[in-house]
Design a protein around this ligand. Structure first.
Ligand SMILES: C[S@@+](CC[C@H](N)C(=O)[O-])C[C@H]1O[C@@H](n2cnc3c(N)ncnc32)[C@H](O)[C@@H]1O
Length: 409
């Protein structure tokens, strides 16, 4: 079966990667984009292997009641790959995410659990929420966004999921000679650009902080965010969630899940610029302690500044591994917020053996989370609660916050 071949398909459940699963006549699985469960579509095959095909739905023969006209003109077969579900009503996007998480928990952790994905304030209609957007730049200097699974560029004159502050910078209307990528981050009146060079960059005049290939060249060198009454500096290169409501929603969920008490000892793993460490530091107080572990030295420099008023918080620049955990000694509370790969089986096994009073796992990848969760469940840990937060409307991505307690014996 070759690419460009047309198929008529009945579409089934959503799959990881923003597509839905269908079956070709020869029995092979087809991952169909731009479709919805229950639909009958005409689709064009975009790639194939001996085991599965990928296809784009190009005509809807029987539509789902949850289908809408994509608000973005660049969403659709062969166009921008940034959003997966512009053609889906926003409340149903959350139902699809919940179904995906439930399926992965069942398959990878053996857990049958009803999952709910909650709306997070700050993204009306699922649009205007990204406070940081990475644009690619063509050799001509024109800005665009990447097509799905491709290095090809879709020129755009605006991005509907970008926040109004990011769009106000007006990057798309300008030419960027000598540049291969422009990342724009903006919040309130603050804005910073991070350029990747292609030869000698000649950026147009834009009122914003500037870094070129990671080197700060014009202030400001980062953004400042307020969360639960504290201020956080995030320099270029440091991690900060892109949804405007994310940091507060996650921080509150972590505090609710851990319920930190004065005098307790806490670990914040994959700590970024110290969001959870600072808030935990306030709660455990001067008689408690927090150790924040993060591998990016730019982030730990920010974390040290962001927690400078809390001597009970220590920040360590290190990869989270069994040796670091063993050196940390006994702790009452653990929060971990690893990148997409998850904490991994080895780290999770060590955490299980440390038996903190409570552990909160913040996960951006349901599959790696489910694999790590299984390690804990297999040795008797209880999943006390699981929340899904819609921090990435219009895409298949979802954030999970799981609260776990160790076995009593
Ligand atoms: C999802 S972010 C979490 C940041 C922080 N909890 C927050 O909410 O702002 C993951 C962080 O893990 C860091 N990281 C990635 N791999 C790591 C590792 N092996 N050990 C320690 N930190 C790591 C990244 O630099 C990033 O700052």
């Amino acid at each position: 079966m070759s690419e460009d071949l047309e198929l008529e398909l009945v579409v089934g459940a959503p799959a990881a990667g923003g597509s839905c699963v269908a079956r070709a006549d020869d029995g092979r699985v087809v991952f169909v984009r731009h479709a919805l469960p229950g639909e009958r579509v005409r689709a064009i095959v975009t790639s194939s292997t001996s085991k599965f095909l990928r296809a784009d739905a190009v005509e809807v023969l029987e539509a789902s009641p949850h289908r809408v006209v994509p608000p973005c003109p660049y969403a659709g077969p062969g166009l921008c790959g940034g959003c997966d579900w512009q053609h889906v009503a926003v409340p149903h996007q959350r139902e699809l995410k919940a179904a995906l998480v439930a399926e992965q928990l069942q398959r990878l952790a053996g857990l049958d659990l009803p999952v709910v994905v909650e709306e997070v304030p700050g993204a009306p209609d699922g649009l205007g929420w990204r406070t940081r957007v990475q644009f690619a730049v063509a050799p001509s200097g024109q800005v665009g966004l990447r097509k799905h699974r491709s290095h090809e560029l879709q020129p755009v004159d605006r991005c509907l999921i970008a926040s109004p502050e990011v769009e106000a910078v007006g990057v798309e209307a300008l030419r960027w000679p000598g540049v291969s990528g422009v990342e724009v981050a903006a919040t309130g009146a603050q804005r910073v650009l991070a350029l990747t060079s292609r030869g000698r960059p000649q950026p147009p005049p834009v009122e914003a902080g500037l870094a070129v290939d990671g080197r700060p060249t014009r202030a400001p060198h980062g953004l400042r965010h307020e969360v639960l009454g504290r201020s956080f500096e995030v320099g270029t290169g440091g991690f900060w969630q892109v949804h405007p409501g994310a940091a507060q929603a996650l921080a509150q969920a972590v505090l609710d899940g851990l319920d930190p008490q004065p005098g307790e000892r806490a670990l914040d793993l994959y700590a970024g610029v110290g969001l959870f460490a600072a808030l935990l530091g306030e709660r455990v107080g001067a008689t408690g302690s927090v150790l924040a572990v993060e591998s990016n030295p730019h982030a730990t420099a920010d974390a040290a500044r962001n927690t400078a008023d809390l001597p009970q918080v220590k920040v360590r620049t290190a990869a989270v591994d069994p040796a670091v955990l063993t050196r940390a000694g006994a702790v009452d509370l653990v929060v971990l917020d690893p990148p997409r790969a998850g904490a991994g089986l080895e780290v999770t096994r060590v955490l299980a053996g440390m038996r903190p009073r409570r552990l909160v796992y913040v996960a951006c990848d349901p599959a790696s989370f489910a694999r790590d969760l299984k390690v804990l469940l297999d040795v008797g840990w209880e999943l006390e609660g699981l929340r899904g937060l819609d921090l990435f409307p219009m895409t298949e991505h979802v954030e999970l916050v799981a609260v776990l307690t160790p076995p009593l014996f």
